[in-house]
Design a protein around this ligand. Structure first.
Ligand SMILES: [Zn+2]
Length: 210
């Protein structure tokens, strides 16, 4: 059973995290985790550019180190960059100090590369301990989502992915995709259709706001 949408009660329990955007206009927030990766992030940028859409890229520090020019082109194109730890750490498997240090390392490489440390943070795997979260807030705003594309699921056909994502998209949606090697093939099949759906249905995109 795939949980495209989060249980309704989670945003009430973790009310200091961002689960959705303003729903007053026909706008959604596109988010891409795990990049920047050459051959996929640059392709995503082109697809967004073609349609005049903006997105938030939650970057892994080690990938920023490998592909600094790509991180800079994300910034230069007017998109938003978020912190996704330096080593894609699981909060579940890391001590609080290790985790906070890793987030700080990601901030440092982003500050060096694109000139600023991000305000927004998304925990890898969506999991962060209360102690880790406490160490990050209020300097960081923790961003979750309310629509998961399952682009990382090799058993999911792109037709079903598109159907599930389009039928669940609504004003204020924060949708998660991944710009990384494992999801590359699926993303290339599904993302253009999803973006065309947004444009066709009169949606535009909004960057995250605190
Ligand atoms: Zn991730």
């Amino acid at each position: 059973m795939r949980a495209y949408q989060i249980p309704f009660f989670l945003p009430f329990i973790y009310s200091n995290r961002l689960w959705s955007g303003p729903a007053s206009e026909r706008k959604i927030s596109l988010t891409f985790d795990d990049g920047p990766v050459l051959g996929i992030t640059d392709w995503v940028l082109e697809e967004l550019e073609k349609r005049g859409l903006k997105a938030t890229f939650f970057m892994v520090g080690d990938n920023v180190r490998k592909h600094p020019a790509l991180a800079q082109s994300v910034m230069a194109a007017g998109h938003q960059i978020g912190n996704h730890t330096y080593h894609h750490l699981s909060g579940w498997k890391s001590s609080t100090q290790t985790y906070l240090d890793d987030v700080a390392s990601c901030d440092a490489i982003l500050a060096d590369t694109v000139g600023e440390a991000p305000r927004f943070f998304r925990p890898p795997y969506g999991w962060i301990s209360p102690g880790q979260a406490k160490g990050l807030v209020p300097a960081k705003k923790i961003v979750m989502w309310n629509l998961l594309s399952y682009d990382f699921d090799p058993d999911l056909s792109s037709e079903i992915l598109i159907r599930e994502c389009t039928s669940r998209t609504a004003p204020g949606t924060i949708v998660v995709f991944h710009d990384q090697q494992k999801t590359k093939a699926q993303l290339k099949k599904a993302l253009p259709d999803y973006l065309d759906f947004l444009v066709g249905e009169g949606y535009s995109t909004q960057l995250l706001e605190v």
